[in-house]
Design a protein around this ligand. Sequence first.
Ligand code: ADP
Ligand code: MG
Length: 364
Amino acid sequence: MAKITLDNLAHSYMPNPGSEDDYALKELNHDWVDGEAYALLGSSGCGKSTLLNIISGLLHPSQGRILFDGKDVTQTTTTQRNIAQVFQFPVVYDTMTVRQNLAFPLKNRGEDPKYIAERVQQIGQMIGMEATLDRKCRGLTADAKQKISLGRGMVREDVNALLFDEPLTVIDPHMKWELRTQLKKLHHDFGHTMIYVTHDQTEALTFADKVVVMYDGRVVQIGTPEELFETPAHTFVGYFIGSPGMNVLPAQVDGTTAHVEGQAVPLGAGYAVSGKKVEIGVRPEFCTLTRDEGLPVKINRIEDVGRHKIVRARFEGHDVNIIAEEGQEVSADMTRVTFDPAHVNVYADDWRVAPHGARKGEAA
Ligand code: ADP
Ligand code: MG
């Protein structure tokens, strides 16, 4: 296993990139801590596979270096880096049996046959295929073949890192949950560094210790699920994570008060803000419907989603979503909304502004 360092890394698929727009992956510096489980989360086309393939060595970056435990591996291959990677679509040998496919990476490394037999049995069980180990792969469903690909990715215990690129795309929903649980267990048991690419926030938040959120070729935040929820570093993180996502409203901010369309909104701390575009962001969980306090809203719709209600409202042409917990009153004469000041974040040009007297660990 290894600590993976990305040093000044960037990638363009163009031969002579000019502006930043030409880069599929914008400049990035980051240490992937040895033994952690990461999710790489973002919408389609934001650069997740590009970054993963650079880490595995399938792609060589146009700028910067990759270090494993401090050693420069930028020009080495995936095999030399000792990395296992699982892709979105199955890669299996049709003429071999399930067992032979699973054994392949171990045989390649000249492992002891007794160990191979045991390990393959164990992995066969993890992917729910112990009963079909002796079937040829030809003719198996895409779903089954993808499970074999996953198994082959997990079979070696001595890899530096395990990389997964949206591996559950072709797997049916029930089995998805089962396999994700197995991956978590694998991480727990062996402590490999794992990077799991997905565009699904639930998958990312349940799998990972740390979530790396990407937007338009850029890593916009690396944090625990809690940090992404409490203090989204970029408005994209606010929108993308949460259901519904964070409310973002244009504002003028002056000290401890924001003004939104002329209405005062108290903030939990003081801010000095500069930027062309200033906004406040507050998650629906921290909005409360009232009768006589806060911003006047027009309620469009109330959705009952079991444990809580989602109130879809509008304020001066802006959407404001409110989550009312079970037991919280919601009625037609409640046409105002207040925000919990401690949970109002301030953004300048989409990036979060840290308050004055920043809490420990936050940039001032
Ligand atoms: P994701 O995995 O998040 O969907 P990708 O890393 O595959 O995103 O792609 C990031 C960007 O790079 C996209 O705009 C995509 O069109 C572009 N891209 C990906 N692969 C290539 C390639 N081989 N040649 C040129 N452009 C590419
Ligand atoms: Mg991809």
